[in-house]
Design a protein around this ligand. Sequence first.
Ligand SMILES: [Zn+2]
Length: 168
Amino acid sequence: MTNKIIMRKIQLYDNKEIELDKCPGCEFANHNFSLSCGIAYENDTFILSQDWELPIPGFMILSSKKHIVSLSEFSDEERDEMFNIVNKTINILKKNNVCYKFNVIFEEKRHFHIWIMPRYEWMSKCTDDIIGNLGKIQDYAKKNYKNKDTFDKIKEVSNLIKSNFSKN
Ligand SMILES: [Zn+2]
């Protein structure tokens, strides 16, 4: 039997490109690639970072370290821990005036992760139905916010979350 290797190219939020032939979620959890802004928080079970691809400050991805697909595969303790991290992340972003409203989306596509998505004003200008038009918002961000100011802001927000988590 031959091993079929499927290479997947991902363009990161600051235009850097990576190529992966394994599950991207596992590769990130194992530190096999990194983002310019670094990791906002991690423990044995979870890893929290800026979304890899979207130049939207505070758009965070919380991912399980083990390869699971569904929310229901966590233990009760893990699920509680996960929601605590989501809650803490949102509180940090609110308290530091990054954003005041969020959509939280569970993504059960391949490697389980959660999107913590800030709802910025410019998104309402794109559409009055944000959830129905996520693709449109993501395209808008990629077209309009791939610039140094945004990359700097992403790093600043990521560091902000990091320092607040380490304070505990
Ligand atoms: Zn995985």
